[in-house]
Design a protein around this ligand. Structure first.
Ligand code: FPP
Length: 238
């Protein structure tokens, strides 16, 4: 493969970290940080539209986040519903399809229903995609794929000897979505935290100390500018 000068990115994935610290620094309850973080999602969507980014995947709630205090989990689920209701018009206006990846069945019924409703009402859009990772874990996703492959092999639908990378990729939560080109993590943490383990194999990583509630269009533009400066080689020399 020849080395590629990146024009994109086509797909950006973000670990929206630092809501709690943002709130603490302001002497506010943690949930206020998450609320401010929800505003940053709108800014990121606007930036994606302006920068020609087709896919935006956001780590909104990890499979590990269920251990947080009950009130914070309930607050986040209520916020998810409010976010979906408040942003539905914007998604339509920007012809953006909403998708979800993760163990969606774990979500409380009201949040799940709202999510399904907005996913259905935007399902016909193809230009732009907002993907929310909810009750998501990269290892859980690969384990879920392995379980489904094993069940299909047992049913005689798949020959175990034929299982390869393409088989696994085809059994992930959203196999039709291209892998992210760029992964951004806010708040200064330099970790992947079980996010898109399979899909980020060749992504460029960008870490910024900015806390997620402070993240705005210019921050995403700066990350994209840095991405475009990098030289992507996909394992080749270059
Ligand atoms: C990480 O910050 C953020 C989360 C666990 C939740 C992300 C949620 C939002 C951005 C709000 C929008 C929500 C939905 C559901 C659409 P943290 O709480 O770990 O921050 P800290 O590390 O500073 O404590």
């Amino acid at each position: 493969m020849t080395s590629t000068a990146p024009a994109g990115p086509r797909h950006v994935a973000i670990i929206m970290d630092g809501n709690g610290r943002w709130a603490r620094r302001k002497g506010l309850p943690r949930l206020r940080g998450h609320e401010a973080g929800a505003e940053s999602i709108s800014a990121a969507l606007r930036a994606c539209r302006d920068l020609g980014i087709q896919y935006l995947t956001l780590y909104a709630f990890s499979v590990e986040n269920w251990v947080r205090p009950k009130a914070e989990v309930a607050g986040l689920m209520a916020l998810l519903r409010r976010f979906l209701r408040a942003r539905e018009k914007e998604l339509h206006a920007n012809r953006t399809r909403l998708r979800a990846i993760g163990r969606i069945g774990d979500l409380p019924a009201p949040a799940r229903k709202e999510l399904q409703r907005v996913m259905d009402s935007t399902a016909h859009f193809t230009e732009r995609h907002l993907v929310l990772a909810l009750s998501y874990g990269g290892r859980a996703e690969i384990a879920d794929a392995a379980r489904r492959i094993a069940a299909r092999a047992k049913a005689g639908e798949i020959d175990p000897a034929s299982v390869d990378e393409a088989t696994i990729a085809a059994h992930l939560y959203a196999p039709d979505i291209p892998d992210p080109d760029l992964m951004i993590r806010t708040s200064g943490e330099i970790r992947l935290s079980n996010f898109l383990l399979w899909q980020l194999s060749y992504a460029e990583f960008y870490f910024t100390p900015t806390l997620w509630p402070d993240f705005r269009e210019a921050d995403l533009a700066a990350a994209v500018e840095e991405y475009r400066r990098r030289h992507r080689r996909f394992g080749d020399i270059g």
